[in-house]
Design a protein around this ligand. Sequence first.
Ligand code: HEC
Ligand code: HEC
Length: 250
Amino acid sequence: MQPRTLYWILLFGGLAFLCGCDRLPGKPKEKDRWKPPTEIKDFAELFNTNCRGCHSNGKTLGASISMNNPAYLAVIPKEVMQKTIEAGIAGTEMPAYSAKTGGPLTDEQITILVDGIYNWAKGREAPTDNLPPYSAALGDVNHGKAIFAQDCANCHGSDGAGLKGKGGSVVDKVYLSLVSNQYLRTTVIVGRPELGMPSFRDDVQGKPMTPEEISDVLAWLASHREGPAPGQTAPKGGPASKTQTSNPIE
Ligand code: HEC
Ligand code: HEC
């Protein structure tokens, strides 16, 4: 065969592949075709590929807090959720997603994620009465110790080191070096219902914990840390203050 003929065969073959493959058997449907990751606009796909490995969608179990929890969505302000996804939480496993800072997701995709997550609570919104603030400074360590004995010890042990079959250690140094004070606060407020950890409302005392009790018990938990809390940037000239919460947004 002439090299020229071969060239045409290849050229037409290529064109047929580019334009004519619509009728080939087994051809992927439009929605299944490969798209650049920045073109993905489907909430479920965005959540499954980016978040579900660590946060439950309500059907799976995640190592970190479930995003499909109306009580959580009632307490975390939408703009904080958005900023957290954009910037991540320094010193923890929570990655930064904004393309503006080198992450994989566009602003539009982050908005789709945030809206989709809040849509999970549509029609099953949690009550907002007595709701403590999402973020607050740590309270009083000694009072927090008493609150822990009263509200938490029956599952986590009087020293916080855990009770077999009820709750794990919440004073473990490695655990505390991996999570921010905000995360501890979030879990105390909304619980981990999928794991049996109650929210501030289903408190063992039969009444919701007050915002003061929450901040105090967090001060006691945080007092078991050895180094600075993850999630806060150390101020110039010294390690992060132990008396501040770790709101990643500040
Ligand atoms: C009814 C039992 C129960 C009570 C009461 C309880 N917890 Fe828990 N807690 C759990 C269980 C179960 C888990 C999940 C398994 C684990 O990590 O131990 C958990 C998890 C946690 C976690 C880890 C959350 C995470 O995602 O990393 C923290 C922190 C925590 N509890 C703090 C507290 C504090 C503080 C109190 C009191 C205000 C409290 N718990 C009261 C059962 C309880
Ligand atoms: C590799 C694991 C991992 C992935 C993937 C991940 N996260 Fe996280 N995320 C975490 C951890 C761990 C924390 C707790 C960090 C801390 O200690 O404050 C967290 C915290 C958060 C918080 C704040 C929790 C609070 O305290 O209120 C939000 C909101 C959040 N993640 C949303 C997302 C979304 C949405 C995605 C997907 C775009 C995602 N995360 C992907 C691990 C992950």
